[in-house]
Write a protein that binds this ligand. Structure first.
Ligand code: ADP
Length: 484
């Protein structure tokens, strides 16, 4: 499948439906000042394909000296970038968006190889949305005074941005586009298991001829992220990841004056009323929890079904689960791809054991699991109650826990009874019920008769342990501005 073309670049004729070729370098250095820079200690780590455990590339491991170099580059670039006519900044964002669109097939294939997600999702969701974010935020660059009328708007300075592995390019876009539109410069740290599309984006940034130092990308593990968080010359931290690391970051920056946006975990309620269109609701449940193998912070992992329709819903759900196709992420018919890493598979398996030990009934459809790689069949637990650990804790995998309810008051109380508050879903035929329920849900995003729909115009973010600050929409600009 891969052939070395003697330039250290592997070329893939990866997906059967892919006509263009995919180039992944054998080794990636750090991206600082628009150049590839060797890591100070000369250390690299492997990025592997989780669907077959093959190595895709070596990726540089940045230490605190490398991070310092990147922050210095961003600091040096800041005054010029901030003073550039806002319209010009917008043009750079449009240029990035257009190049992402031109290379969308390549981006989609690399995303699916590096992260394990089905190609249909990277092709139809992740990559187009990443381009859409650059277009949308590019449009705001010269209209900030209209977004915040009567206020003086200034960029914050250097933003340190740390992203997770579940939507690698999309999360990079969520972070970079508003920061750049508002006139900040950036040091971005991708997640260690999925750095490759961020590094491909570095090539796009070179091609778009962004001024040097405006975007710098440092790869590495948690210690690289911590070095960025702790760097004294960073003005803003934007983090998406686990609640545990989010809490660590909050402690590290307390009293430093650094601004922060934290988008953390979730344990969303997906609520099905008896008057819902049941077949559509079943599709919504499937999409809510099994999309991206459940590696979604807003996944609908707690299902609440009104008692009168529970038998029908569970029966249809099990039938639908039996039709899901698990396997090669690069096959366009695949619904369930690979689990992102060995470590994440172990975490998910631990929760499956806990669910069984707690006496819940576990259902998995009979699917053929590939011999190599990291895989978990879509899983359903029935008979769950509020106190069960698999109901309380975020699993970040394709695991759904089902509870029942009788009244709207009961389900609101149960749905809100969680340390998290990122998202929720409601399925009903009655608009009044939607308004009643959504106004009482403690969740940043509530979907009605749909689930997992994202749009750059819509703010996203949580309450409670799901973090604070909003990304997307006008609200997302505020996180990168000093308003006075
Ligand atoms: P998960 O547990 O799901 O892998 P993490 O929150 O650990 O999620 O990872 C999200 C991002 O945060 C990754 O880019 C990771 O490298 C980074 N990270 C991990 N630990 C730290 C830390 N202590 N400080 C800053 N960033 C970190």
């Amino acid at each position: 499948m891969a052939k070395d073309n003697k330039k250290g670049i592997f070329e893939y004729s990866a997906a059967p439906e892919s006509t263009g070729h995919i180039s992944i370098k054998e080794q990636y250095d750090l991206f600082i000042n628009n150049q590839w820079v060797k890591p100070q200690q000369g250390k690299y780590f492997d990025s592997i394909n989780p669907s077959n455990e093959n190595k895709l590339a070596s990726v540089a491991r940045a230490n605190d000296k490398d991070v310092d170099k990147a922050v210095k580059a961003a600091r040096k670039a800041f005054p010029t970038w901030a003073k550039l006519p806002a319209k010009e900044r917008g043009k750079y964002l449009y240029r990035i968006a257009r190049i992402i669109q031109e290379k969308s097939r390549e981006f989609a294939v690399i995303e699916s190889m590096d992260g394990g997600k089905p190609i249909r999702e990277s092709r139809d969701v992740d990559i187009p949305l990443a381009a859409a974010h650059f277009f949308y935020l590019g449009g705001w660059a010269d209209k900030l005074e209209y977004a915040f009328p009567g206020q003086n708007v200034e960029p914050l300075g250097v933003a340190g941005q740390i992203i997770p592995w579940n939507f690698p390019l999309l999360m990079a876009a969520w972070k970079l586009a508003p920061a750049l539109a508002c006139g900040n410069t950036v040091v971005l740290k991708p997640a260690e298991t999925t750095s490759l599309t961020a590094l491909k984006l570095a090539e796009v940034i070179q091609e778009a001829e962004l001024p040097e130092g405006v975007v710098n990308i440092v790869t590495g593990e948690g210690d690289t992220g911590a070095a960025l968080v702790n760097h004294p010359d960073v003005n803003k931290i934007a983090f998406t990841g686990s609640t545990d690391v989010g809490k660590l970051i909050q402690r590290s920056i307390a009293g430093t004056g650094k601004k922060a946006t934290l988008e953390l975990g979730g344990k969303a309620a997906n609520i099905i009323f008896e008057d819902a269109a049941i077949n559509q609701a079943v599709e919504g449940i499937i999409n809510g929890i099994y999309f991206n193998q459940g590696h979604v912070c807003c996944a609908g992992s707690r299902l609440f079904v009104q008692e009168s329709v529970v038998d029908e819903v569970i029966l249809k759900l099990k039938q639908r689960m039996g039709n899901l196709v698990l396997g090669d992420p690069l096959d366009k018919n695949t619904d369930i791809g690979a689990i992102n890493s060995k470590g994440q598979l172990q975490t998910i398996k631990k929760y499956l054991e806990i669910g069984k030990k707690d006496g819940l009934e576990m259902f998995q459809p009979k699917l053929t699991i590939p011999k190599k790689g990291f895989w978990c069949a879509p899983t359903l637990f029935t008979g769950a109650a509020q106190s069960h650990q698999i109901v309380q804790e975020e699993i970040f995998g394709p695991v759904l826990a089902v509870q029942t309810f009788r009244t709207i008051e009961e389900v609101i109380q149960k749905a809100n009874n969680t340390p998290y508050g990122l998202s929720a879903g409601v399925w009903t035929d009655k608009g009044s019920k939607i308004f009643n329920l959504t106004s009482k849900m403690r969740a940043g995003v509530v979907w009605a008769n749909t689930y997992n729909k994202f749009d750059p115009t819509s703010p996203f973010g949580g309450y409670k342990e799901s973090g604070y600050g909003r990304e997307g929409g006008v609200h997302g600009l505020e996180a990168y501005l000093k308003l006075s």
